[in-house]
Design a binder for this molecule. Structure first.
Ligand code: C5P
Length: 220
């Protein structure tokens, strides 16, 4: 039986990229590894929470001792998140594809010999964070989003927090010069209704543990 400040609490975490199919063997994806979301889920688990971990095709394995729901597309991720509710807190660390291909082929696409490439059409994917943040009923008490920015980090993240309707935004500067993207350290600013709090640069696992402790405090 779990012990710790989050014992008996259900926390939802999304993680990893999504894959949006072009045909049965091809897809559009992004460079997310899932490291951030995985570290957070492990830190929240260590505080005693029951975790539902909704993950796209990540390159790091999911943590032990959590309920893993594997999905591929953004729409599957939204459905899995909705099916996992209610939860007391939800942390959206996934790098969800903004667009999906609307004319994905049922069979592998072939070159037709004419030299004409296929034309892909796109539609916007649902915004999972905004959808859950703006739910009239069954909204988690605490909804946390992430924002990776390359410039004006605080201004962009503040606007994002308002637009999406989440409680906190964890913002980081992913400009190449910081070495944060793909690196083992992170420097984040946590934006809440009370304002912006910039944490010193530290290991990503340490960011996860500190954020998990803040979540436990908020739910206490
Ligand atoms: O708008 P942007 O993609 O920068 O927002 C990032 C935040 O929104 C992250 O928390 C991400 O998990 C979430 N998001 C989402 N569904 C989308 C796009 C982003 O949940 N379709």
């Amino acid at each position: 039986r779990a012990t710790g400040p989050l014992a008996g609490r259900h926390v939802l975490v999304t993680s990893g990229p999504t894959h949006e199919p072009i045909d049965p063997v091809r897809y559009i994806a992004n460079r997310s590894s899932g490291a951030q979301g995985t570290a957070l889920a492990a830190a929240l688990r260590d505080l005693g929470a029951h975790i539902t971990f909704v993950t796209g095709p990540a390159s790091v394995p999911p943590p032990q001792g959590v309920t893993v729901v594997k999905v591929e597309t953004a729409r599957e991720m939204l459905a899995a998140v909705e099916a996992a509710l209610p939860a007391e807190a939800a942390v959206f660390a996934a790098a969800v594809a903004d667009w999906r291909v609307t004319n994905a082929a049922e069979r592998k696409m072939k070159k037709d010999g004419s030299g004409t490439p296929p034309a892909l059409s796109f539609a916007e994917n649902p915004d999972i964070l905004a959808t859950i943040s703006q739910r009239a009923e069954g909204r988690p008490r605490l909804v946390v989003g992430f924002a990776a920015e390359t410039d004006d980090v605080i201004a962009h993240a503040t606007a994002k927090r308002a637009r999406k309707g989440c409680d906190w935004i964890v913002a980081n500067d992913v400009s190449p010069a910081t070495g944060i993207m793909g690196g083992s350290e992170n420097a984040v600013t946590v934006l809440t209704a009370e304002g912006a709090e910039t944490w010193p640069r530290m290991a990503k696992d340490a960011v996860a543990r500190r954020l998990a402790a803040r979540i436990a405090e908020a739910l206490a």
